[in-house]
Design a protein around this ligand. Structure first.
Ligand SMILES: NC(=O)c1ccc[n+]([C@@H]2O[C@H](COP(=O)([O-])OP(=O)(O)OC[C@H]3O[C@@H](n4cnc5c(N)ncnc54)[C@H](OP(=O)(O)O)[C@@H]3O)[C@@H](O)[C@H]2O)c1
Length: 289
């Protein structure tokens, strides 16, 4: 069962993904997708107020499948007024038809910093049982480092994948784990970039061409698919608690569920850990032009 996978939901509410030609899945497809996810052992959804109507779609699913509810991670908008914190949480609970939020996150490190004085209120909501954890979603290692001594932050979400790999993130992931944090990773497919043909003219594909070639070589040698290599690499990391994946369709979800069962071997792990992308900005989709 896929207990380590979390299903991301930005794809439900916004057109997302580097190869996406079909747009958002339809309402009915989202319902079916959630059923397939639940039946495959996925029990946690990652969502956000910023993801269009994703909260609403999750709520629709929960109304229909009352006995098969997911745990919910959601995120405040980047700008949130301190006096609205509790009402926002209550609104999310109501919209998604759940009694508690497993994690409420700040959507970015900047949002965490500018709303720092909300931590006390959030901690009270924790005591009331409305939320279970407070988290922050980050991009950079400097941001990760700053969270080491933030005791009220119990969940950290960061990018991690075949290129943004253990050589870039490993030391800090291990330190965060020593501090007892729960580690969630996103960007397992670098927004779908790993599935691009290296002949594609897109500038980010060309900029990372050498490394994408190396990844293709590894999959050939191992006789596995790209999704199997990408997912099993993340799942294999002992100090990563959960791996968030994004899909636009049931067929991608099914492919990824199958891929998650693949066991990456030590030889492949070594090759991946040896990949070093010098310009780390290339690994941050928010900076792609
Ligand atoms: N700051 C934050 O907190 C933050 C930021 C970003 C994302 N997230 C969360 O993370 C989740 C995942 O997003 P991500 O950016 O990390 O995406 P990802 O998982 O790295 O990539 C997802 C994309 O890969 C493609 N894909 C997935 N499975 C595939 C398969 N089997 N074959 C071919 N292509 C496949 C799809 O894109 P195509 O349309 O190109 O096919 C899909 O949209 C989101 O839903 C969201 O919940 C959080």
């Amino acid at each position: 069962m896929n207990s380590k996978l979390i299903l991301g939901t930005v794809q439900f509410g916004l057109k997302y993904g580097i190869n996406n030609t079909i747009g958002k899945p339809k309402k009915e497809e989202v319902l079916s997708l959630l059923k397939v996810a639940y039946n495959s052992g996925i029990r946690i959804l990652d969502t956000a107020q910023a993801y269009g109507n994703a909260h609403q779609l999750i709520g629709n699913y929960h109304k229909e499948q009352n006995n098969f509810k997911f745990k919910i991670i959601t995120k405040f908008p980047h700008q949130i007024k301190h006096n609205l914190i509790k009402s926002k949480v209550l609104e999310y609970l109501d919209l998604m038809n759940v009694n508690t939020l497993d994690v409420i996150m700040f959507h970015s490190f900047d949002s965490f910093k500018s709303n720092y004085n909300s931590l006390k209120t959030l901690n009270e909501l924790k005591s009331e049982g409305l939320i279970k954890n407070i988290g922050v979603s980050v991009y950079t290692n400097t941001q990760l480092e700053s969270l080491l001594n933030e005791d009220l932050i119990t969940v950290v979400q960061l990018p991690f994948n075949l290129l943004d790999n253990f050589s870039v993130r490993g030391v800090l992931i291990n330190k965060l784990k020593e501090k007892g944090k729960i580690i969630h990773t996103r960007s397992a497919f670098l927004q779908g970039l790993f599935f691009k043909k290296i002949t594609d003219n897109l500038s980010i594909v060309q900029a990372l061409k050498r490394h994408l070639k190396t990844l293709n070589k590894i999959t050939k040698k191992q006789g596995c698919s790209m999704e199997a290599l990408a997912l099993s690499y993340c799942i294999k990391q002992n100090n990563i608690d959960n791996v968030i994946i994004g899909v636009d369709s049931i067929s991608q979800l099914n492919a990824n569920i199958k891929a998650a069962a693949y066991e990456v071997n030590e030889e492949a792990l070594k090759c991946i850990d040896n990949i070093t992308v010098e310009n780390l900005d290339l690994l941050n989709p928010s900076l792609w032009k």
